[in-house]
Design a protein around this ligand. Structure first.
Ligand SMILES: CC(C)(COP(=O)(O)OP(=O)(O)OC[C@H]1O[C@@H](n2cnc3c(N)ncnc32)[C@H](O)[C@@H]1OP(=O)(O)O)[C@@H](O)C(=O)NCCC(=O)NCCS
Length: 178
């Protein structure tokens, strides 16, 4: 069996999400420890990561975002979010956020599986347009290129790495229209 076939990505109901908070936090804390520019600065503890996911879970419970985990034989190894609640004049648009794969599970297609499912879930919510941004030239940006996302452009020094160095950001969009 190919590795990706054993990866399960699914939507969690609010109760399941609460049960998975520590496992989701473990993935986020690992990504930040690995130097990923995903909103947070070092030092970033497990408790910091748990608080971040408590906030995401509260928004998920209100129907404002979807939190999708990826399980490898029961172990939570990655996650992605779809922000579905946007201003009233953009009901057709969604945003992808916090695509995170634990360092121990990378390079085996987990992120691709997460993104495929995120696009499916966005479609099921009636979304026809998705946007996201990523560190320019990074692993995620390469994946989005391969998955048919269109590059808008690069914003220099848009964000910081956890150690304080600036990083450029590339903005992408993808149409989900048939
Ligand atoms: C970006 C990130 C999510 C990618 O996760 P991943 O699960 O390793 O991604 P994939 O496995 O789908 O693809 C990564 C690489 O593995 C390769 N790969 C995928 N499946 C493979 C397989 N079965 N065998 C060998 N290689 C494979 C892909 O071709 C890709 O190669 P590339 O990096 O040379 O282009 C991960 O590196 C991460 O969490 N980074 C930190 C957080 C971050 O920056 N998130 C993005 C926010 S925008």
């Amino acid at each position: 069996m190919a590795f990706t076939e054993q990866i399960e990505v699914r939507r969690l109901d609010p109760a399941e999400l609460q049960e998975q908070l520590d496992r989701l936090a473990r993935v986020l804390a690992d990504c930040v420890a690995g130097g990923a520019s995903v909103s947070y600065m070092a030092p970033f503890s497990h408790e910091d990561a748990r608080r971040a996911f408590e906030g995401f879970a509260a928004e998920a419970e209100l129907g404002r975002r979807l939190v999708l985990p990826a399980f490898d034989v029961g172990e939570l190894v990655g996650t992605v979010q779809v922000i579905v609640s946007l201003p009233p004049n953009q009901p057709h648009r969604g945003e992808i956020a916090k695509l995170l794969v634990h360092r121990s599970a990378r390079g085996r297609g987990v992120a691709r599986r997460l993104m495929e499912r995120a696009e499916d879930e966005a479609r099921a919510e009636g979304k026809t347009l998705l946007v996201l941004d990523a560190v320019t030239g990074g692993d995620a940006a390469r994946l989005y290129d391969r998955m048919g996302w269109t590059t808008v452009g690069v914003i220099p020094a848009y964000a910081l790495y956890p150690d304080g160095r600036p990083c450029d950001t590339t903005v992408f969009w993808k149409s989900l229209s048939p």
